[in-house]
Design a protein around this ligand. Sequence first.
Ligand code: PMP
Length: 456
Amino acid sequence: KTSALRVVGDDASSTAIPNDLQAFWMPFTANRSFKARPRMVARAKDMYYFTPEGKPILDATAGLWCSNAGHNRDPIVQAIQKQAAELDFSPSFQFGHPKAFELASRIAALAPNDLDHVFFCNSGSEAADTALKMAMAYWNARGKGAKTRLIGRERGYHGVGFGGISVGGIVPNRRFFGALLAGTDHLPHTYDREKQAFSKGEPEWGAHLADELERIVALHDAATIAAVMVEPMAGSTGVLPAPKGYLKRLREICDKHDILLIFDEVITGFGRLGAPFASERYGVTPDLLTFAKGVTNAAAPMGGVIARKHIHDAFMTGPDHIVELFHGYTYSAHPLACAAGLATLDLYRDEGLFEKSKAMEPIWADAVFDGLKDKPGVLDIRQVGLTAAIDIASWKDAPGKRAFVAMDKAFHDEGMMIRTSGDCLVVTPPLIMSESDAGQIVEKLARVIDATAMPA
Ligand code: PMP
């Protein structure tokens, strides 16, 4: 049995979807067009995926910004195998297992300042909603229960839970999901193509946009605001690095008005910006910091929130409740994820991957800018750490269509995996990338852009 469905994607001539592809309703995917021309990977090692036929695909996105040490690394594989044979699951409420405590201590030691207490969940989305709930519960514990408003930013991405999409500012992620969470507001995003065009690293222009928080505070009154949540580098919206000084300014305004600052470091955590966390790179400590992805090198699902001492203390020193924070997940601190996390942190340390990422940044930035800046059709390039985003004017074979419709096949044929976001190509290679890998990635980008981009 096959169904003929209308195809909206890159191969309008083929409409029959094989039966064995029907059942899996794929996330964030144009299911109909994808299933008419499926692209699969069956194996991975280091910088490469392999199709079921064995064709190598250079992974220029570290999976989904998460396989920072490259794929299928032996120590992580072995740690998961060993753990599965030893303790497959332990109840996460009113119970513990040693690796959960050990991993929390290791993560706290990596985090700057007094970000000392780690709450585990299973994804970036859960981490975002956990941090938002923690912020509200914190004010409640401190007798300021009126502080419930949550401030995000236009074009911000904090996963797909109701908290995350409400505080996030990516319109398609919000549009069809009702009234969302009450009491949110949004700072403007920090991108201006004219003022920041082709800036390497943090743009010089835009720190003053943090002052918009003063306007929001004046509008709502600080007595009603719990927290501000931002990504130090907005990733999913197409790599928008924070302008120089912007995060410091946000911190100052939050301190002035007694508002918590939350950094969503789901992408920027674990070396992407050349430090364990972006908050270290920027010298700004948030009150709560979310992480996921790189904590296990993506070999097992895990996310979490790191809280500063004063946040944790508020729950530990209040009235003696049955539990201090009524929140958690069955799979919080899952043994397989904890084992993967410990092996991952060992690997990052033993291979010096955060330092390597920092040393590689200027080489990577030069390769991307020198190789692509002058290509016809390239409107802008943004980069910070081991990331890059290339804005394209339009596509020869699909004018007016979004990048993924025009590009996914071209890159698959070229043997490279990248991400697309709107009209933008996003590249975020594993931190193990060599100089020659960087050169190859840029060459492949250049070839595909030459063949498919329409001069502006
Ligand atoms: N926050 C940020 C900043 C992210 O980039 C992402 C995922 N790209 C998430 C949250 C959500 O993570 P997950 O997909 O694991 O739920």
